[in-house]
Design a protein around this ligand. Sequence first.
Ligand SMILES: [Zn+2]
Length: 285
Amino acid sequence: MGPSGATPEGGGTEMNEVLYEVRGPKALPEMSWSEVEEVLKTTRIVLVPCGTIEAHGPHLPLNSDNIQADYMCRLMATKLAAEGIHAVTGPVMCFGNNPEKVRFPGTLHFSPGLVQTIMEEICLNLFRYGFDRFAFVMGHGGNASIQDLAAQEVGVKTDGKAKAISLNWLQVTKEVYPKLLKSTKREGHGGEGETSRVLVHHPNLVRREAMVPYYLEEPPAGEEVPYSRSPAYGGGVGGPLRDFRQVTPYGHYGNPSLATVETGHALYDAICDWMNRVVKRDLVD
Ligand SMILES: [Zn+2]
């Protein structure tokens, strides 16, 4: 089996095959307008999942970032409700910025300005109805700096009447991956951690037969990772992106076969608890 993990039968499915189930509190697009009117009596906070459609190795669906961000928002809303705080999950901002992965078929790259505009307009549309507290929940690292700008602009464009924050939980993984993952090597995009999370809600879309371990070369000890935009890996440096197909022929790095549902739940708890601490500090009056 080559890097594609292709199987002879391809991706054909029957109409009665259950690909995935959606659980948890309804998101806004799953409600009728009258349900939204009811929700507005209990909350003004919307959690906006922000992902992308991009390669994550032969074993994970292109939609991985969107479905994780969506799950995070529903879990955050559930956890907040247990504390008597209401928030609702917004529509998924499903298109993102990922020019470095376009050599993997199916990856869709949208220009950063367009992504920012749509993020802002999701909030400005919802502001019309009375929602005025927004959190962009990162599902894709390449959107992180775009989310930050969109959050600022929501305040600017509403003369401060609406408040938006941008949540990037990658720094949480730096803290919890060494404790929660089985791997002792560096797990990243599509690796043990991310595969564990997708297993929680979309197990039928995770292709165990296509899993391969692939590790990046580690930088010499003590040296910063060059060009890292990620706060989890040094951050602080912007720069040209490397063709991801040169970085990894598979589109992921790490060992996805170590992934478990239990690890996925533990990671979601750590990530969402951190994000909720910020939501409570910054968006709850
Ligand atoms: Zn991802």
